[in-house]
Design a protein around this ligand. Structure first.
Ligand code: FAD
Length: 369
């Protein structure tokens, strides 16, 4: 056996799982197909949003449970990973009301503001009908987190191998075989597969996954006219077409659409900016974010892997554990996902039906349809 556990995929989910397994004393090997810090998946770039702003109690609870994990990572690394700036959600009243109800039901400290009050408080932003602020939310440093997790796992004895693409997995009675594209075969008691947008390809014929949609999202960076970027706290504009924005110190204000309408092959996806989408976002800024210069200073592409119901897949099939389908909202949960996938690797069962493999039955099983 090369290891107790082999983790395939070194993005934030694989890195967090490797760190947790090493911390629990397991011999762990992480295999990542690209170089450290690559920008071809879903975990690169400077920043992400941490928020409790979920209508669904399961996710609100998960986000809350993830908070201590961020502080622990900061304590062991000495790095700032999560800045709690507070977050604003706004939109048509019927789009924001379920969130206010979820906050009230979960006892999340929040404040409902009227439009004028919000505009006076945060000048240069045009607010929609309903506005709610919650304080246990803010900015996460993405690439810095992945680097911290890799370093922490290595310090605990984990083997990290980059530029080592895995070609196939095969389960035996007492082990799982992991074959690399270079023909090397490694064996371990369990494999954890966290390969993001490549999950459907690598796990084809191994586990039955729901249909996963891959998109190449396009966050854009804009210059703030008067205020410092850091003063732009995360802003989620809810409604039929969700938009989000937040300040990234030293870079500008990131503004993006959520869920592009496309189905991509992760090995044949665009890296260049989409000018039509860019114009749409610039038009949005002219209407809703007058504090920003509507001409973008930079654009990045980053992959979403979207399940039919946007619920995560956190499940085990024999000796193969899968963490996939994070549907554009997984980063904030990473330290906790690492714990949950490590539990599964140690033999635990997934008890929440909504996170199981079972395709479209998951919501039905969970009594959600
Ligand atoms: C534009 C954008 C904005 C986002 N904003 C937020 C936000 O504000 N808040 C939030 O919580 N979440 C956000 N997310 C979502 C979050 O970033 C993702 O859920 C998270 O990064 C997923 O991590 P991952 O480890 O599953 O995927 P990845 O980071 O893609 O990691 C998978 C890794 O597997 C590797 N791999 C693939 N195939 C193989 C193979 N055969 N062998 C070996 N390695 C392989 C890949 O190279 C990759 O490094 C956003 C995502 C995007 C794209």
């Amino acid at each position: 056996m090369s290891a107790d556990v082999i983790v395939v995929g070194g993005g934030v989910m694989g890195a967090a799982t490797t760190w947790v397994l090493a911390r629990r004393g397991h011999r762990v090997t992480l295999l990542e197909r690209f170089e450290p810090g690559h920008a071809r998946g879903s975990s690169h770039g400077t920043a992400r949003i941490f928020r409790l702003g979920y209508e669904e109690a399961d996710y609100l609870r998960l986000a809350h449970r993830a908070l201590p994990g961020w502080r622990e990572l900061e304590a062991i690394s000495g790095a700032t990973l999560l800045e709690l700036t507070g977050t604003l959600d706004h939109g048509p009243a019927d789009a924001v009301a379920p969130l206010m109800a979820a906050f009230a039901a979960a006892g999340v400290e929040h404040r409902v503001l009227d439009r004028d009050e919000a505009q006076a408080r945060w000048p240069g932003v045009r607010f929609d009908e309903a506005v709610v602020h919650h304080s246990e939310a803010g900015r996460l440093y993405a690439q810095r987190t992945v680097d911290v997790l890799h370093q922490a796992a290595r310090r605990l004895g984990a083997q990290l191998r980059f530029e080592t693409p895995v070609a196939a997995l095969r389960t035996e009675d007492l082990a799982v075989e992991v074959a690399t594209a270079r023909g090397e075969v490694l064996r371990a008691g369990t494999a954890v597969v966290t390969v993001g947008a490549w999950a459907a390809k690598l796990l084809d014929g191994v586990v039955a996954l729901p249909r996963l949609r891959v998109t190449a999202e396009q966050p854009l960076m804009f210059r703030a006219r008067e205020r410092a970027p850091a003063s732009f706290l995360p802003l989620i504009h809810r409604g039929s077409h969700v938009m989000y924005s937040f300040g990234v110190p030293g870079e500008g204000v990131k503004v993006a659409e959520h869920y592009r309408d496309e189905w991509l092959d992760p090995d044949d996806r665009p890296f260049d900016a989409d000018p039509v989408a860019q114009d749409r976002v610039s038009a949005y800024i002219r209407s809703w974010l007058p504090a920003l210069d509507p001409d973008p200073v930079s654009a990045t592409r980053c992959l979403y892997t979207i399940t039919p119901d946007r619920d995560f897949i956190l499940d085990r099939h024999g000796r193969i554990v899968v963490g996939a389908g994070f549907s554009g909202h997984g980063f904030k949960f990473a330290p906790l996902i690492g714990e949950l996938l490590a539990d599964l690797a140690e033999g635990a069962e997934q008890t929440n039906p909504r996170f199981r493999f079972g395709a479209d039955t998951r919501r039905a099983d969970a009594g959600l349809v």
